[in-house]
Design a protein around this ligand. Structure first.
Ligand code: UDP
Ligand code: MG
Length: 313
C-alpha cells in the first residue's frame, strides 16, 4: 500500500449546520490538502430544513472530493453516522462532527496511527477547566452508569470522532441492530484500539442539535442495547422477598416453640406469609419472562457471534 494510493473517507453528519458548513469545509481543506493520501468527504445531510442542502451542493461543485448523502428526514446523529460508514470507501474512514468541535487538525495523526497497524483510533475528550455544565455532569453520570450496567467497558468522554480501518468498518457493518450506540459498538467489536485525547473546541456557530430528548434517547439506547442488567433487578427483588418470607416463618415458629402463640396478633402470620411468598414468586417469574425477552432481544439484533482479525503484517 503506497502512500499516495491510500484512500481516506471523512464522514460528517450535518443537521441544520448552514452557519458553519463553509468554515468547516475550509478548515478541513487546510488540513487535508497538503496530505499525500486521496480523500473523499461524505457529508450526510440528516434531513436539514435550513440552507444546508444548498450550501452542500455549492461546495460539491467546487470540490470534486465531496459526496453528499441525503437522508429522507431527520433520523438522528447515530443514524447519519451509520449511513456515512455504510457508504464510505477506502482503507481508512474518519468520522467527525461538522460543527468544528472535533479538531480536524488531528486527522494526520489519526491516519498515521491506522497506518501503523491500529484498527481504531478513538478520541477522548479531556475537559478544559470550566464551571461544571449540565452537559458535562450528565455525561459523567451517564458513563458511570453504563459502565456499571454494561458488559462492554465504554471509555468515558469517548466522542464519535474516530478513525477506523477497513476491517473495523466492515465489523460495524456486520451489526445491523436498529438502536445504535456507536461508541459502545466500537468498543464491542474489539480490534487494536488506541486512545487519542483531544480538547473539545467551541462550536463555530449555531446551537447544539442535540436536544435533551435526543440525549435521553441516546442514553436509553445505550443502556438497553448494551445491558440486560435491568432485567435482573426483578430477580433480585423476588429473591429478597422470598428470603423475607423465610425469616417470617422462623420468627413465627419461634413463638410456637416457646409456647407464646397468644402474643401473635391473629391472622398476622398467615397474611404476611402469603404477601411475601406471592410477591416473591411473582417477581421471580416475571423476571424469567423478562430474561427470555432479553435473550430474544439479543437474538434479533443479529450481532455476529465472533469477528476475525486479519493481521496486517
Ligand atoms: N447531528 C445530526 N443529526 C441530529 C443531531 C445532530 O446529524 O439529529 C449532527 C450535527 O450536525 C453535528 C453532530 O451531529 O455535526 C453533533 O451534533 P451537535 O454538535 O449538535 O451535538 P453536541 O456537540 O452539542 O453534543
Ligand atoms: Mg457539537
Amino acid at each position: 500500500m503506497s502512500v499516495d494510493r491510500v484512500l481516506v473517507s471523512l464522514v460528517l453528519p450535518v443537521y441544520n449546520e448552514a452557519e458553519v458548513l463553509e468554515q468547516t469545509h475550509a478548515r478541513l481543506r487546510a488540513v487535508i490538502d497538503p496530505l499525500p493520501e486521496r480523500f473523499l468527504i461524505y457529508y450526510v445531510d440528516d434531513g436539514s430544513q435550513d440552507e444546508t442542502p444548498h450550501i452542500l451542493r455549492r461546495l460539491a461543485q467546487e470540490d470534486p472530493r465531496i459526496r453528499i448523502l441525503t437522508l429522507s428526514r431527520n433520523f438522528g446523529h447515530q443514524a447519519a453516522l451509520t449511513a456515512g460508514l455504510d457508504h464510505a470507501e477506502g482503507e481508512i474512514v474518519i468520522s467527525l462532527d461538522a460543527d468544528g468541535q472535533h479538531p480536524p487538525e488531528l486527522i494526520p495523526e489519526m491516519i498515521a496511527l491506522i497506518r501503523q497497524g491500529y484498527d481504531i483510533v478513538q478520541t477522548q475528550r479531556v475537559d478544559v477547566e470550566q464551571p461544571l455544565s449540565f452537559k458535562r455532569w450528565s455525561s459523567a453520570l451517564f458513563y458511570r452508569l453504563i459502565n456499571v450496567l454494561s458488559g462492554t467497558p465504554i471509555l468515558p468522554g469517548a466522542a464519535d470522532f474516530r478513525a477506523l480501518s477497513r476491517q473495523a468498518v466492515e465489523a460495524l457493518k456486520s451489526m445491523p441492530e436498529y438502536h445504535r450506540f456507536l461508541r459502545g459498538m466500537v468498543a464491542w467489536i474489539g480490534y487494536r484500539t488506541v486512545i487519542l485525547p483531544y480538547r473539545p473546541q467551541e462550536r463555530l456557530a449555531g446551537r447544539s442539535k442535540y436536544s435533551l430528548r435526543k440525549m435521553l434517547r441516546l442514553a436509553l439506547d445505550a443502556i438497553f442495547s448494551f445491558s440486560l442488567a435491568p432485567l435482573y433487578l426483578g430477580l433480585s427483588l423476588g429473591i429478597v422477598l422470598l428470603f423475607l418470607a423465610l425469616l417470617e416463618m422462623i420468627y413465627v415458629l419461634s413463638f410456637w416453640i416457646s409456647g407464646n402463640t397468644s402474643r401473635l396478633a391473629p391472622g398476622w402470620s398467615s397474611l404476611m406469609f402469603v404477601i411475601l411468598i406471592v410477591g416473591g414468586m411473582l417477581m421471580v417469574l416475571l423476571s424469567f419472562i423478562g430474561l427470555y425477552v432479553g435473550y430474544i432481544f439479543q437474538e434479533v439484533k443479529r450481532r455476529p457471534v465472533y469477528l476475525l482479525r486479519k493481521d496486517t503484517e
